[in-house]
Design a binder for this molecule. Structure first.
Ligand code: COA
Ligand code: ZN
Length: 322
């Protein structure tokens, strides 16, 4: 059976922009619980400026809490050399750089122009390699940018090649705002897989316009075997207006199972983790297949349904108070 390697990015991409600041102990629980369900890789946190992303300010404490998983399961986002040094100090063994395909998105996200961002990514990749760390390089806004519109595929491919030349073990084509459609995903992914090899290409999808799964399928057809998704579909980027949740991990695992791909993920266990995650976050979570999967797997009434009712009550109270 062909294998898919899923990286669950809920603890980083999912939590970086939430209204609730989840305590470090709950984040550590989430990371461990995702590993226990069979997720082979988890993007645990980011070593970024706490002014830029306050939700990730506890990165060193979180890494200390999940230290036994660092070598086998975790990657962390490190946008610059300071982030790399902090991550290495905290025990990270795999780091991710982020290069956006447009000038404006780089400036908004990491306060560098495209050339400086590329040079910084290459420096981080080179130093990471010298330190014996594995690396992933995101090419963000790979299909469309919230500031500059559609991204020409040749621009994304050029940057993907540069990141591969710079030593990234994996280049991750990221549809940061969930604006891609299956035809363009398939076309771009096919070239990336041909040029870099399936072992070095990943895809990171958001489900903003309801095409997350269709895009995942298109990428699979093009030979992509490495996917990012987030448990319960939690997610969104603070610097990319309009970016909604990530492709939900349970949707992706279900698609994989239904289509004859192996992921190693225990789906009923993952669904229970998502319930508890939603409860701790105080938010209903769940991808498109969530309600059906619950029934199909014979799981008890969703805790998320209670959260959802509570949230509705709150909305009604606010409305009647006005
Ligand atoms: N971790 C912690 N602090 C950092 C840091 C890092 N990786 N990089 C810089 N800083 C600190 C500096 O030490 C400095 O602190 P000081 O004011 O106390 O001296 C301050 O941040 C400004 O440093 P500077 O190098 O000028 O950074 P900047 O203000 O130009 O911001 C980034 C650049 C990359 C640090 C910032 O934009 C960032 O963290 N972006 C992350 C965005 C993100 O996570 N996006 C979502 C994921 S794609
Ligand atoms: Zn994302």
């Amino acid at each position: 059976m062909p294998q898919l390697l899923i990286t669950d990015v809920a603890p980083r991409d999912g939590l970086q922009n939430q209204p609730t600041d989840l305590p470090t102990a709950d984040k550590a629980w989430l990371v461990q619980a995702l590993a226990d369900c069979g997720l082979p890789r988890i993007e645990a946190t980011s070593f970024v400026s706490p002014q830029a992303v306050p939700r990730m300010a506890d990165a060193p404490a979180l890494m200390a809490a999940v230290a036994p998983l660092a070598a086998s399961h975790l990657c962390v986002l490190t946008p610059n050399l300071k982030g790399l040094a902090r991550a290495a100090q905290a025990g990270a063994r795999e780091v991710c750089v982020v290069l956006s395909a447009t000038e404006t998105m780089n400036r908004r996200n990491i306060r560098m122009g495209l050339d400086e961002a590329e040079a910084t990514c290459r420096e981080v990749l080179a130093q990471a390699r010298d330190m014996g760390l594995r690396s992933r390089a995101y090419v963000a806004v790979a299909f469309a940018c919230p500031y500059e519109g559609p991204t020409p595929p040749e621009v994304t491919l050029r940057l993907a090649r540069r990141m591969a030349e710079g030593g990234a073990d994996e280049v991750v084509i990221a549809d940061t705002i969930g604006a891609a459609h299956p035809g363009e995903v398939q076309a771009l992914a096919r070239i990336a897989v041909e040029e870099l090899g399936a072992q070095r290409v990943g895809i990171h999808l958001h489900d903003t316009r309801g095409l997350g799964l269709a895009n995942a399928w298109a990428a699979m057809q093009a030979g992509v075997r490495r996917f990012d998704s987030s448990a319960g579909g939690v997610g969104g980027c603070p610097f990319a207006p309009g970016a909604a949740g990530n492709l939900a991990t349970e949707d992706l695992v279900w698609l994989a199972q239904a289509s004859g791909y192996e992921t190693g993920v225990d789906l009923p266990a993952l669904m229970r983790v998502i319930d508890e995650f939603g409860r701790r976050l105080g938010q209903p979570l769940g991808g498109r297949s969530h309600a059906w999967l619950r029934r199909h797997l014979g799981l008890a009434q969703s805790v998320n349904a209670d959260v959802s009712e509570t949230a509705n009550e709150r909305v009604n109270e606010t409305r009647s108070a006005k």
